[in-house]
Design a protein around this ligand. Structure first.
Ligand SMILES: [Zn+2]
Ligand SMILES: [Zn+2]
Ligand SMILES: [Zn+2]
Length: 170
């Protein structure tokens, strides 16, 4: 978490008021969601924030809060280890971290409504509809695994919500 004095102050207030650590999220999430947003705790290298379960937001979070160049996928990009709690995966390019985290750790899956098969990426589901005749008009639903927290961004004013115990940090 960043340590601007206002965030720390509100964090302490919320903790006091609710008797537990607030859910800390990136302020950017608010501009993309009008009401419900699904979150899970980020378990990257001791991070204490929550992240929205969408590739764009995972990538932004890793760029902003963990200093990872999430567009580095070129041949020359140095591979790095995943620092997610308990991850034993091989090294990967920084540009592939957000995808990896979304599927391996946040458990976001695209499920074919026709045959029931789960896919870890939307493009893999698209490929499936092109390759399997009986699924060519299939729709999908996205599943999010266990431990999802839903909050209502419409009830967050001034960067925090006492009722939901949520704090947004800039
Ligand atoms: Zn994090
Ligand atoms: Zn990992
Ligand atoms: Zn299918």
């Amino acid at each position: 978490m960043n340590t601007d004095p206002r965030s720390l102050f509100v964090h302490a207030l919320l903790h006091e008021h609710n008797g537990g650590n607030p859910i800390v999220i990136d302020q950017d999430i608010l501009s993309d969601y009008d009401n419900k947003v699904r979150l899970k705790p980020c378990q990257w290298n001791g991070c204490t924030m929550h992240i929205a379960l969408e590739h764009k937001h995972v990538a932004k979070h890793f760029q902003q809060r963990h200093g990872i160049n999430t567009s580095a996928t070129s041949e020359e990009a140095q591979k790095m280890s995943c620092l997610w709690l308990g991850c034993s995966d091989a090294q990967m390019k920084p540009g592939n971290i957000a995808r990896h985290v979304l599927s391996a750790h946040l458990e976001v899956k695209w499920n074919c409504l026709t045959c029931g098969k789960p896919y870890t990426r939307e493009d893999a589901f698209r490929r499936h509809t092109q390759e399997k005749m009986t699924c060519q008009y299939a729709k999908y639903f996205v599943s999010y695994g266990n431990g999802v927290i839903k909050i209502d961004t419409g009830c967050i004013a001034g960067g925090w919500s006492a009722g939901q115990n949520v704090l947004c940090i800039p």
